[in-house]
Each structure stands twice: as structure tokens, then as C-alpha cells.
Ligand binder design. Sequence first.
Ligand SMILES: Nc1ncnc2c1ncn2[C@@H]1O[C@H](COP(=O)(O)OP(=O)(O)O)[C@@H](O)[C@H]1O
Ligand SMILES: [Mg+2]
Length: 378
Amino acid sequence: MKSSDKIRVAVLFGGRSAEHEVSLQSAANIIQFLDPALFEIVPIGIDKQGNWFLDHDIFVKSLEHNNVPQLGDDHSAWFTPEWVGKPVEKKTEKALLPSTGMMFDVIFPAMHGSMCEDGTLQGLLELADLPYVGCGVLASAIGMDKDVSKRLVMGKGIAVAPYLVIKKEEWQYYSDRIAQQVNEKLAYPVFVKPANTGSSIGITKVKTPDQLAAAINEAFRFDVKVLIEKALNIIEIEVAVLEALEPNCDPIVSVVGEIRPRHEFYSYDAKYIDAEGADLLIPAAITNEIKEKARAVAKEIFLTLECEGMARVDLFVDKETNQIYFNEVNTIPGFTQISMYPKLMGASGISYSQLLTHLIQLAMKRHTRKRELIRSYV
Ligand SMILES: Nc1ncnc2c1ncn2[C@@H]1O[C@H](COP(=O)(O)OP(=O)(O)O)[C@@H](O)[C@H]1O
Ligand SMILES: [Mg+2]
């Protein structure tokens, strides 16, 4: 295939999110494994201040040295979100890209967390009329919010851990009343979580009432809404779900994986800092009956939350009763080669490169479908 026939994929990485560093690792892997016979890659970095830039040279160099890419100060070409969806020749002086045609055909957002995975970026890409990988605005926003996603899933009769939601102002004025409610309605231990973070950022397991206020204050550093959730005695399982390429077909549901944290819970350190922080078991060490139930529940959650493209559905299984609980959905799950989503798909017969191609094809199909909609009515 000639270079000009290839699909030009902009891989977006970094971002104004507490999960910036995780994104750099996901993007590095995606760029390495996108099929070079089909795709031309345009890496676009977003730094923590929200500046966008094209920096192909530096990115590739750091990949060669097998390092995680960094966003330094020496960006060779600046880029601005306003250029998204515009023809290339008017926009950049530096000949980083061919001088005709569009800058890119499709966007692969390899970014996690707020302003990346929560519908905001997806909204920008909708406005720019560009195809992009993964969930649309609605499912991205719902999936990011641990409270709203739980409410919708509960509506389908799927269990969630009992929880309370508090807003920052409520906590400022009614902290005593909230502490009392935690005692009466949940009992300790509890998990305190920002409603909209990922990677366990801002999450504390609270064992006694005297630790509650500090945990809530910590969570409010990251969000204006916080969940206080009963800590369950559970096995953690995860299921990867992928939209089918054919219309009207059930999504592809992976085998079930299990996370066995070696820390008190699956914390940021257990996920990313401590190489021995958790064991990932594929398949999960649970009975076939529970696995099948979990897969059916994961599919139902994917459909209920109107997910598109991909989502990793994280569930709990009660160690005593085997009851399945919905924990959360990740609409842009970790995407390194050793991350659960690609590994689960791999164990289900879809290789990392095939998965990337499948996701890009889905993005382009959705864009074509949406283009057919009527936008004026007179
Ligand atoms: N209700 C709960 N009961 C037991 N463990 C929990 C509960 N909620 C969270 N955890 C633990 O905390 C981890 C992170 O919580 P989670 O809600 O998945 O946040 P994140 O989106 O940051 O991954 C989970 O993987 C699990 O180890
Ligand atoms: Mg989680």
C-alpha cells in the first residue's frame, strides 16, 4: 500500500488528567503495534497544562530507547485543538506531514481520566467532525462518573456496593451528619473515592471513623463529587467488551480475568509503581458458572451504558455468596501490552494489532453512519 493510501491515525496522548503518565505508556504501545501496512501514525501530545503539540521525532526516539515517552519543553511543532479536522497545508509551517489533504483520518485517544476519557475530548472531536476510537460523548461521560454509571446499572437489577454520594459544599456544611450516615448506613471499612478519577487516584480505604475526614478531604482534591462505599469482601474480576464490526451483532465479550492485589487494595502503587503489586490471572480462578454470569452481566452493562467501540467492565464477586457486583466501567482502559483489556482480548483470540485495527474500523464506520444523518430541517 502506498503511503498516501494508508489511513492516517492521530494518536492522542498525555492530557490534563491525573492519569497523564499512564497514558504515555498506553500510547507508546499503541504506536508500536498499529499495523504499519495499513496505518500512518501522527502522535499528538497534550501536556499537563493542556498544550497540544506534534512531536513525531522526539516520540519515536524515546521509543527506540525503550523508554516511556516524555513531554519535554523542546517540542518541535506546536499544534492547537482548533486545527483538529482542518486541512493540513494552512496550519503548519513545518513539513512534518504531507502538504496536502487532511492532517489525519481518524483519532485514537490513548488517554485516561478527566478531560480525556470523560466525553470532553469526544465532544471536541464530534465538533471537528472526525472519526475517533471508542465510546461517544454520552457513554464516555457516564462511564467516567462512578455514581451515574452505578445508578443506570442498578436500574437493570445488577447489584452495586451500597454507597453515599457527597458534594463538596455538603461536606463543608454537614460533615457531622455525613459521618453519622456512614456509621449507620454503611459501617466500616469503607472506600472513599472521587467520582471521576481512575487508576485509584484519590482513593482511600477507611477502617475507622477517625480516618474518614482526611480521606474525604483527599478525594475532594480531585473532584467536587465523592463516593463513600461499603468495602466488600470480594474477588475482583474484569471483562473486556468490544463492539462487533457487523451491525446488529452482539458485542464480543472476552474471557474473564482476575486481579489479585498484593496490597490492601488495588491502589495506584499496586497498579503502576510496584512491579509485584498485583497478580493478573487469565482466566480468573472462579467457577465456569460465575464466569458465564459475569460475561453476561458485562455485556448487559456495555449495552446499558450505550458503550461503543470498547469498554472494560470491572466486577466484584462476593467471596461468600458469589453475588456479582458492578464496580465500574473504563471506556479507555489501560492499553499497554500487559494491560488487562488487550490481554483479555488476546486470550479470546484477538491480537493486540488486530484489536487496534478493529477499533479504528469501528470508528470510521460510526463516522460514516453519523454523516448520513440529516442536520437541517426546513
Ligand atoms: N466497595 C469496594 N469493596 C472492596 N474493594 C473496593 C471497593 N471499591 C474499590 N475497591 C478497591 O479499590 C480499587 C479501586 O477502586 P475503583 O472504584 O475501581 O477505582 P478506579 O477507577 O480508580 O480504578 C478496586 O480495584 C478495589 O481494589
Ligand atoms: Mg478500578
